[in-house]
Design a protein around this ligand. Structure first.
Ligand SMILES: [Zn+2]
Length: 99
């Protein structure tokens, strides 16, 4: 949100207590610790922020909130691979923009 690269933390959109979404890549953002704490204290603003940036995420998370999902090692490995690809893509975009 503030684009800080200090004290980055994974921030869940829907609480970690929803096990079906706990390790779902669509349920997590990377925020600095200050933004993370701010959004915990202001959940309505957090939802508004998500709705503005990624409106489809909210629908997806609502639909998958109460499903029973068993997480397997292959799920974590798949997510890790996807996130690494996304990171490389984001990094190369950022490099291109700064030129
Ligand atoms: Zn921040």
């Amino acid at each position: 949100m503030c684009r800080s690269k200090q004290n980055l933390q994974p921030a869940h959109i829907k609480s970690r207590r929803y096990m079906s979404l706990r390790w779902d890549k669509w349920n997590v953002l990377c925020l600095c610790s200050k933004c993370h704490m701010y959004f915990h204290a202001n959940p309505d603003e957090f939802i508004a922020f998500i709705l503005q940036k990624w409106p489809m995420r909210i629908n997806y998370l609502r639909e998958n909130l109460d499903i029973t999902k068993t997480w397997h090692l292959r799920d974590y490995l798949e997510t890790e691979k996807e996130l690494k690809e996304l990171f490389i893509d984001e990094t190369s975009n950022a490099t291109r923009k700064s030129r």
